[in-house]
Design a protein around this ligand. Structure first.
Ligand code: ZN
Length: 267
């Protein structure tokens, strides 16, 4: 593993990328990296992640208590959310939280990223669910994120932003980029009349490529395998295509019923 100073520099580099790519505004967002089971580096609260230098970076223990911070810097107010990820996922080495425009718009609209529309997104992410809303800096966010941790490496945070994690910082950041790119493509293809989704067979082939690549982390493909093909709606191959068909038929039914009721009342 790189030495602590090198990791601090990498946190600053990734912070700058997140800021430069419009994934955060002002002082938003936070990053953490696991050094060992009892020491974690994290970004400070109240500073722009685009202009950090290594001495900004704080150190906390596994409960998020501050172990070391220079000057007036204090660990991120969202550190509890990061610590929950490390607690539930011993394989994770870094966590990134940001508010990228497209992914956050889906999180605000309450629409999870579940449409299988391009190979890289299916292989890298699978579905990206929305963790139920929680007030920032309280235990509500970690508590609401927890149930997704065993099965995913990325979630949207309802009405708030996105959270990604992986074996190391670059990989966790790349997950954030992938989530945002997927959300942007989904948004834009919806503007063009709606994306053409992969069918179940195409999805299975992509999941198989993922298995062969031996990618680290969790993915709905694993979830489906672990739960015997009954993941309960969290993976593309189980439900996505079907769900969108069902929901559009449901909408048609509802519209027809409402129209009928209105017409009856008008008579
Ligand atoms: Zn946030």
């Amino acid at each position: 593993m790189a030495n602590e100073y090198e990791i601090k520099k990498q946190i600053c580099d990734i912070g700058k990328r997140i800021y430069d790519r419009n994934m955060v505004a002002a002082n938003d967002g936070n990053i953490s990296v696991k050094l060992n089971d009892h020491e974690f580096l994290c970004t400070p609260t109240g500073v722009s992640k685009g202009f950090m230098t290594p001495e900004y970076i704080c150190k906390v223990d596994e409960n998020g208590n501050c172990l070391q911070a220079n000057g007036n810097f204090r660990p991120s107010s969202e550190i509890k959310m990061h610590m929950r990820v490390y607690k539930c996922r011993p394989d994770v080495g870094a966590v990134v939280h940001a508010h990228p425009t497209f992914a956050t718009s889906f999180a605000i609209a309450g629409i999870p990223l579940t449409q299988p529309i391009m190979p890289e997104a299916v292989i890298a992410l699978g579905c990206v669910p929305i963790a139920e809303y929680g007030t920032p800096s309280t235990m509500e966010i970690p508590d609401n994120v927890e149930k997704y941790l065993p099965y995913y490496d990325a979630v949207l945070l309802e009405s708030h932003g996105a959270l990604t994690w992986s074996v190391d910082l670059l990989a966790a950041y790349h997950k954030m980029e992938s989530v945002e790119f997927y959300a942007e493509l989904l948004y834009k293809s919806r503007q063009l009349g709606g994306p053409k989704e992969f069918d179940k067979e195409q999805i299975q082939k992509l999941y198989e490529i993922r298995r062969q690549m031996g990618l680290p982390g969790k993915h709905p493909a694993d979830m489906c395998a672990e739960l015997g093909g009954q993941c309960g709606g969290g993976c593309h191959s189980c439900t996505s295509t079907k769900t969108s068909e069902v929901s559009s038929t449901d909408i048609e039914k509802i519209v027809a019923e409402v129209t009928k009721k209105i017409l009856t009342q008008m008579k």
